[in-house]
Write a protein that binds this ligand. Structure first.
Ligand SMILES: [Zn+2]
Length: 492
């Protein structure tokens, strides 16, 4: 058995001002070809890592094509996308000429938007379908944050979405996709799919799969997956910063040869979610509300999830509201992870360890992100930004945050970085010598993923909506193209 594997992954925020270019794929998690894909991802927690484990377990031959991941950011220009897609398809055509293949495993995100192509993922799947013909299976993995379309399930044979947020099961879902494609090729199963779209916004704070209320939704998903005839169930919470007509939550059910069962199950889960729609919303706190409430609780470190400036969702990462509040309150053992400000990072390197410099920190990318915080900083430690993740999400993978520095003013510490990446674990802070457990206040530019590496600190976590581009107050986002009505903004 010979299975081609590949992926083009992007979570596109159409509200982010910086476009996502071919170069961003090269410098994100990277752009890999052929055997380099296997060398890079064997044993790591991503879907391709799971494809590889599956291939080794089932003994099928992998034909790795092209794999690229750019960090979440703005719209992908058409020419940059076409260049990626062209190479993926050329490599696929070459693989098929060398020797027939039996199927394709695709590692996709599910919220990719390209200039002129709202449904980027659907376009990739349809193009691969055209290349391989109607008879070969295509099995696709998707992030929990996909905005799904009928086009995708028409052209894929089966899809498998992540079941966790933070996404700690990516490899497991990749392996599940590998299992499915093997069973399809052997003629053991004949998957059919149904999609149920749900017109609702789902707050990130209510998506933590290990905690209520999301754990209950996941229990229903797992229970449905154990029913006879059901092969896989995906509950996608959607990605609301992609202003496209198909934005929103959805359910996809893969059944074995029974379209009626797929439809009925997708509708049952969809109805269950819709009937409980008020549960999937929680208003985040303001910065001062969270600090006041957290201090009253007295469980430290008091961690603030700076959700609106989540670089992992495509926000710029230089919002200063939390930092300015830390300074105003003259907090001690306070830490900001991370502040994206390449200019300040360069100044820190020029000043050297122990040096001091004055700076207007952050708040430079967009008026909503500012104003910059005027600071007199002491340089505590410097870094070239390279480190190895040690948490459950990216453990073993190399992170590259560019020129970086640990700087401080009195009790307020900031890790200044040059690249936009959310803090997924404590490894980078530790590389400077920062012990997060000793901090009293930690602000993280992340919505949920940081929990995989920081919840173990104990303390308390508070979701906040500071002034930044990715506000979770959806009424403030300048939507033009999403469908209406969507709960809770319109209707009930
Ligand atoms: Zn996600």
């Amino acid at each position: 058995m010979r299975i081609a594997i590949g992926g083009i992954l992007h979570e596109t925020s159409t509200f982010a001002t910086v476009p996502t270019t071919y170069r961003d794929f090269e410098t994100g998690l990277g752009l890999y070809r052929g055997d380099d894909i296997v060398a890079k991802f064997r044993g790591t927690n991503n879907c391709t890592g799971g494809f590889i484990t599956g291939a080794e377990r089932h003994g099928f031959e992998m034909v790795p094509l092209l794999w690229g991941f750019a960090y979440p950011s703005g719209l992908i220009p058409r020419a940059d996308y076409d260049r990626l897609k062209r190479e993926l398809l050329q490599r696929l055509a070459k693989a098929m000429t060398d020797k027939p293949i039996d199927g394709v495993l695709l590692d996709l995100h599910g919220a990719m938007v390209v200039e002129g192509i709202d449904d980027g993922d659907g376009d990739v799947i349809e193009s691969v379908r055209r290349a391989v013909g109607q008879d070969l299976p295509i099995v696709t993995t998707f992030d929990l944050h996909g905005n799904h379309t009928q086009r995708r399930i028409e052209h894929a044979s089966a899809v498998v979405g992540y079941d966790t947020y933070p996404h700690i099961d990516m490899a497991a879902r990749g392996e599940e996709a590998a299992d499915l494609i093997v069973r399809i090729v052997r003629g053991e199963i004949r998957p059919v799919m149904a999609l149920r779209e749900l017109p609702l916004f789902w707050s990130a704070a209510c998506q933590v799969t290990a905690h209520p209320p999301m754990d209950e939704a996941m229990r229903l998903v797992f229970e449905a997956e154990r029913r006879p005839g059901i092969l896989s169930v995906t509950l996608a919470t959607g990605f609301p910063w992609a202003d496209v007509p198909h934005m929103g939550a959805s359910v996809i059910v893969v059944a074995d040869g029974d379209p009626g069962l797929a439809r009925k199950t997708a509708d049952e889960i969809g109805d269950w979610v819709w009937q409980r729609r008020e549960r999937w919303h929680r208003r985040p706190l303001t910065v001062s509300e969270a600090l006041d409430f957290g201090d009253k609780q007295g469980r430290y470190p008091l961690m603030l999830a700076d959700m609106a400036d989540n670089t992992g969702g495509g926000a710029p990462g230089d919002s200063t509201e939390v930092l300015r509040e830390f300074i105003k309150r003259d907090l001690h053992d306070a830490l900001v992870l991370y502040m994206v400000d390449p200019e300040a990072a360069r100044q820190a390197h020029a000043a050297g360890v122990g040096g001091r410099f004055q700076v207007e920190l952050g708040g430079k990318s967009h008026p909503v992100q500012g104003p910059p915080a005027p600071m007199e900083l002491e340089v505590v430690a410097l870094s070239d930004g390279r480190f190895v993740y040690d948490g459950p999400m990216y453990g073993g993978l190399t992170g590259e945050l560019g020129l970086s520095a640990w700087v401080r003013q009195r009790g307020v510490n900031v890790v200044v970085v040059s690249a936009r990446m959310q803090p997924l674990d404590q490894a980078f802070a530790r590389s400077f010598g920062i012990d997060c457990a000793k901090m009293r206040y930690i602000s993280l530019k992340s919505a949920v993923h940081f929990r995989s590496g920081f919840e173990k600190l104990g303390g308390s976590i508070h979701n906040i909506d500071a002034s930044a581009l990715h506000t979770h107050d959806f009424a403030r986002l300048p939507y033009q193209r999403r469908k209406k009505p969507m709960y809770p903004l319109e209707g009930s």
